[in-house]
Design a protein around this ligand. Structure first.
Ligand code: MN
Length: 407
């Protein structure tokens, strides 16, 4: 156990150890931090003090990209080193001066995002959207159970938790409108998702198979794929989401290493009707895992839904394998989202679109006001946790954002 005094079930105990990029007023340069309890370890400075200089290169820099680039053996050894210095009392004297209270830090975007892809891996979400947007067609598109559907998003507008989101403007045209109109979105929404950070570049033409995928998945963030449903509905046929999504995507400041989820791996809900093509199957079983991550979404302090990641149809490894099956290369800093996490019950739906059923069933907040979509000033906060080893709790932190009026 750690030499820090932490309750056994602290969500940022020794079994979690997420990475982020932080600065302080005294030392304003952004640098790698590791959260333990309500403290942040200045990782590279601690490595120097503890005479562990070999750990420094991957922990140096204003983003996590050097660590992402270092690959899976470096990820494992760095996590092992952090665990050692935070548990072995012999390191306490060297390490303790490099712990900063969380209240004193400013968190920054943890990575320089290379490419950003968003998937659509929840069957319940896909069916709900199908019923709302295409009531006269089958709920699931015909390709849905054969491949993880995705689209390329906008890497440059991925922002860290706490960043305000300006209400987007664009074109919209309802079915009864004679012509499109331009203006601020009137159907601004959230999508509760997990995001996966990719490290280890590959060469164009090569593929990453399902069972190799975890060698490229560094860690997990909570992701809010802000979505303007009115802009999206008018623009998405035939090429998919564009301006209805690209104005902002928020991620949590803390990146939880995939290694922290060993006790949270769960079987997938089942993919035997139909069986996916062989390239989407796991031979060894290594890539065939879901994650028992429990999310909660608050709007202005009212919990409006509790999505369960374990209900997702496609695994993170299958999504990565599909993303590269055509020979598209990976770059360090790639980020892919899971798609909205929606379970079968109403209280587990991961978007306002579904919670209000296309705006026909507004829901009520604690202050008595109702919502179908977001209003200016609304604050959306998503939190998540997963079971850790020996009863530990793995906290994923939060992703929060406030809607500000169109400029
Ligand atoms: Mn999405």
């Amino acid at each position: 156990m750690t030499w820090l005094e932490l309750p056994a079930n602290h969500p940022f105990g020794i079994a979690t150890l997420p990475y982020g990029i932080f600065s302080t007023a005294a030392e304003p340069q952004p640098r790698v931090g590791v959260r333990i309890g309500d403290l942040v370890l200045d990782a590279a400075a601690a490595a120097v003090s503890a005479r562990c200089e070999y750990a420094v290169p991957a922990l140096s820099g204003p983003t996590l990209n050097p660590l992402l680039a270092a690959g899976p053996s470096a990820w494992a050894s760095t996590r092992q080193w952090l665990t050692s210095v935070l548990t072995d009392p012999a390191y306490r004297e060297a390490v303790e001066p490099h712990l900063v209270p969380l209240a004193e830090v400013t968190m920054h975007l943890p990575l320089e995002v290379a490419d950003y892809v968003d998937f659509y891996a929840s069957a319940n979400h896909a069916m709900n959207v199908g019923k709302i947007f295409r009531p006269d067609s089958p709920a699931l598109p015909v390709n849905w159970k054969h491949l993880p559907i995705g689209y390329h998003g906008r890497a440059g507008t991925v922002v860290v938790s706490g960043t305000d989101v300006v209400r987007p403007s664009g074109q919209r045209k309802g079915p009864a409108d004679p012509a499109p109109v331009y203006g601020p979105s009137i159907r601004l929404d959230i999508e509760a998702e997990l995001g996966f950070l990719v490290g280890g570049a590959t060469t164009m033409g090569d593929r990453v198979c399902v069972d190799e995928a975890t060698e490229h998945i560094f860690g997990v963030v909570i992701l809010n794929d802000w979505s303007a449903r009115d802009i999206q509905a008018w623009e998405y046929v035939p090429l998919g989401p564009f301006l209805g999504k690209s104005f902002a995507t928020s991620i949590s400041a803390w990146v939880t290493p995939l290694a922290a989820f060993d006790a949270a791996r769960v079987p997938l809900p089942g993919q035997d009707d139909p069986e996916p093509l062989p390239y989407l199957q796991s031979g060894s079983g290594v890539g065939a895992f879901g994650l028992d991550v429990h999310l909660s979404v608050e709007v202005n302090g009212t919990v409006v839904t509790r999505p369960e990641y374990a209900t997702m149809y496609w695994s993170p490894a299958q999504m990565l394998a599909h993303m590269t099956v055509n020979g598209a290369s990976l770059r360090t800093g790639d980020l892919y989202g899971s798609g909205t996490i929606s379970g079968p019950e109403k209280g587990t739906r991961g978007s306002f679109l579904e919670l209000s059923w296309g705006g026909t069933e507004p829901f009520t907040l604690a202050d008595g006001t109702t919502r179908s979509y977001l209003e200016d000033g609304d604050v959306v906060t998503m939190t998540a946790w997963a079971p850790g080893p020996d009863g530990a709790v793995i906290g994923l932190g939060e992703v929060t954002g406030r809607i500000v009026p169109t400029r």
